[in-house]
Design a protein around this ligand. Structure first.
Ligand code: DQA
Length: 144
């Protein structure tokens, strides 16, 4: 069966391309998602993406993944990384491998960005590599 990777993007990531490009780069979310979908298909997998500015919508999407035989989840939860027990609990309940991605190096930034509710349940965490972090996460996930 073709492995299905689910990529989740949290709040404000829909603004990529125009949002603080000196921090987050010039690529739009559509650019990133299209690249991941193409790469996944080249590697014999399927990659779908979901973005929401709403915590509950992200929880609903994670719960729905229980019925979809998802191989792994790549998640950049944006600011919810630092606040959301609900997203962590939903991911823990799903029980598939999680790779946490951040475009920026959160450890070079404000201290409130240094704590992640997701890292302890993630297989790995990629920070500071820009959009390439998603590609690295996808390649790693498919190597497993
Ligand atoms: C981010 C870092 C978070 O602290 C921030 O709230 C974001 C983006 C990143 O990709 O670097 O929205 O997750």
């Amino acid at each position: 069966m073709t492995p299905h990777l689910l990529v989740l993007h949290g709040p404000n990531l829909n603004l990529l391309g125009t949002r603080e490009p000196h921090i987050y780069g010039h690529q739009t979310l559509a650019d990133i998602d299209q690249h991941l979908a193409k790469l996944a298909s080249e590697l014999g997998a399927r990659c779908t993406s979901f973005q929401s500015n709403h915590e509950g919508a992200l929880v609903d999407r994670i719960q729905a993944a229980a019925h979809e035989q998802v191989h792994s989840i790549i998640i950049n939860a944006g600011a919810y990384t630092h606040t959301s027990v609900a997203i962590r609990d939903a991911l823990a309940a799903l029980g598939v491998p999680i790779i946490e991605v951040h475009l920026s190096n959160v450890y070079q930034r404000e201290t409130f960005r240094h704590h992640s509710y997701l890292s302890a349940i993630a297989k790995g965490v990629i920070v500071g590599l820009g959009a390439y972090g998603y590609e690295a996460a996808l390649r790693y996930a498919l190597s497993q």
